[in-house]
Design a protein around this ligand. Structure first.
Ligand SMILES: Nc1ncnc2c1ncn2[C@@H]1O[C@H](COP(=O)(O)OP(=O)(O)OP(=O)(O)O)[C@@H](O)[C@H]1O
Ligand SMILES: [Mg+2]
Length: 463
């Protein structure tokens, strides 16, 4: 018994305390300390068992002939930075029921064309997985299903006959014998992930692990997992919409902020190679408050419809609601419109929505958002063939953004003939591009150029 010591570990940040406390002194989370037994002897033995290595000169290290391979799904390859790196560990996180298992099962079935792959599920039985595979139209001899929650069993399988890739669904259900705590607790999750990572690096097997996201939006319990793995992917989207975005938030082997776009259908998640077209399919024409924005996600421009609704409030405190745009950014832009252009939102509710459940994170969406707000406030629709991008500063100035040529090309490809952009971007607008470019230096100029309003406080249109 002397080898076992009781400790209390915070399930949020991993802080260890010798006694129980109601509040974690490290991350200040309430009721997050859980009792566990630190099996010191086991951990020590495991440390010694790891084989010893020595420093090697960079020259001596053999470069792999092909360190990456294509997964067979274009959107996955894009997000991973041009294919999957051998021996890498990828964390796929997302809200419950968003489609993580579906996406990974489909991806693995495509990879199975190049070699055996293993899908470890601690959540579903082989029969349940079979019925899902049947619905998704998947059948492959080289896709092996393993219903198991013991980490040691999975590692043994991986060593016996190393597959091309392993998927673990989910890391919260796995447990190792080395720790005497429940599966899903932070120490189990971290230990399982780090041992999987070591096994992957040693055998060259690429590993995917699924992680659940908590109510607060963190990958359940351990944010620490994000540091451990090579790549962190978030599967995002509004469950009521069919669109799902696979977003890289960390990638040791490629660019971050790349997105893959999928659409949820009866037969699974289907790739969307041209998302702009689909996102704009049901756009209303000639309606005030609707603007087409161009956002660049990684290296891909996406055109989305941004809608704003400014309407007289019936409340003491007017409402500010935004979906797909940061609420703080919205408040900031409303303040700029009030202070610099004389708009008055004091008695107005403001609602903002990005169609298709897309989230706009780039500051380049500022100008589109302000234009949508102006349009709704003035009740003046924008031309249907207008695309807007640019950053807005606190002084009401419109600042240049990157990837101007890329945005212009996407707009032109989809038949938009006018771009409203920062002046600095307009000066470098590609000459061979069809259509025209309206360059503006300030929001005042937007009022003049787009809404043909002179100086003085803008008149509120409609009711
Ligand atoms: N018969 C069906 N037809 C169409 N869509 C379906 C069908 N069955 C399931 N789906 C979709 O698949 C989603 C569930 O996918 P999946 O089980 O892959 O999610 P998950 O993220 O792995 O969930 P969990 O967090 O519970 O493991 C559902 O939300 C639903 O949108
Ligand atoms: Mg699942």
């Amino acid at each position: 018994m002397s080898d076992h010591k009781l400790i209390y570990r915070c399930q949020q940040c991993g802080h260890i305390s010798p006694k129980w406390m109601g509040k974690c002194p490290e991350c200040e989370a309430w009721d997050s300390l859980v009792e566990e037994v630190a099996a010191k002897g086991h951990l020590k033995a495991a440390k010694i068992a790891r084989h010893l290595s020595r420093p090697v000169s960079l020259e001596e290290i053999r470069a792999d002939s092909e360190p990456r391979f294509l997964t067979g799904t274009g959107e996955w390859d894009r997000v991973l930075g041009g294919g999957l790196t051998r021996g890498s560990i990828v964390l796929l996180a997302g809200d419950p029921g968003i489609g993580k298992s579906t996406l990974l099962l489909q991806a693995l079935s495509k990879m199975a064309a190049q070699g055996p792959v293993l899908y470890v599920s601690g959540e579903e039985s082989p029969q349940q997985l079979k019925s899902r595979a049947h619905r998704l139209g998947i059948s492959s001899r080289d896709l092996y299903i393993f219903s198991e929650t013991s980490l040691e069993a999975v590692l043994e399988e991986m060593e016996k006959k190393p597959p091309l890739a392993v998927a673990v669904d989910s890391i919260q259900t796995m447990h190792t014998r080395m720790l005497d705590v429940a599966p899903g607790s932070i120490s189990q999750v971290r230990e399982c992930a780090s041992r999987l990572m070591r096994a992957g690096k040693e055998t060259g097997v690429s590993i995917f692990i699924i992680g659940h996201v908590t109510k607060e939006g963190a990958i359940a319990g351990p944010r620490a997992l994000e540091h451990l793995v090579d790549t962190v992917l978030y599967l995002e989207g509004d469950r009521t919409h069919a669109f799902r975005l696979l977003r890289a938030v960390k990638n040791r082997f490629g660019s971050t902020n790349e997105v893959g776009v999928f659409e949820m259908k009866e037969n699974g998640l289907e790739e969307v190679p041209n998302p702009s077209q689909l996102l704009l399919a049901e756009r209303p024409r000639g309606v005030s408050g609707s603007v087409v924005a161009c956002s660049v996600e990684g290296t891909r421009p996406i055109l989305v419809e941004l809608q704003a609704l400014v309407s007289a409030t019936g409340w003491m405190q007017p409402r500010r609601t935004s979906m797909g745009v940061d609420t703080n950014r919205l408040s900031l832009l409303l303040a700029v419109l009030e202070k610099k252009l004389g708009f008055n939102f004091a008695q107005q509710d403001v609602f903002v929505n990005v169609a298709g459940g897309v989230r706009l994170v780039e500051p380049a969406a500022d100008l589109a958002l302000t234009t949508a707000l102006m349009s709704s406030y003035l009740d003046r629709p924008l031309p249907a063939d207008l695309v807007v991008w640019g950053e807005v500063g606190l002084a009401g100035e419109v600042r240049g953004v990157g990837h101007s040529a890329l945005r212009a090309a996407e707009a032109s490809k989809l038949g938009f003939s006018t771009c409203l952009t920062p002046r600095s971007n307009a000066e470098r607008f590609p000459h061979d591009m069809e259509g025209r470019c309206l360059g503006v230096r300030s929001l005042q100029e937007v009022l003049q150029v787009v809404f043909e309003q002179g100086s003085g406080a803008p008149e509120r249109g409609g009711r």
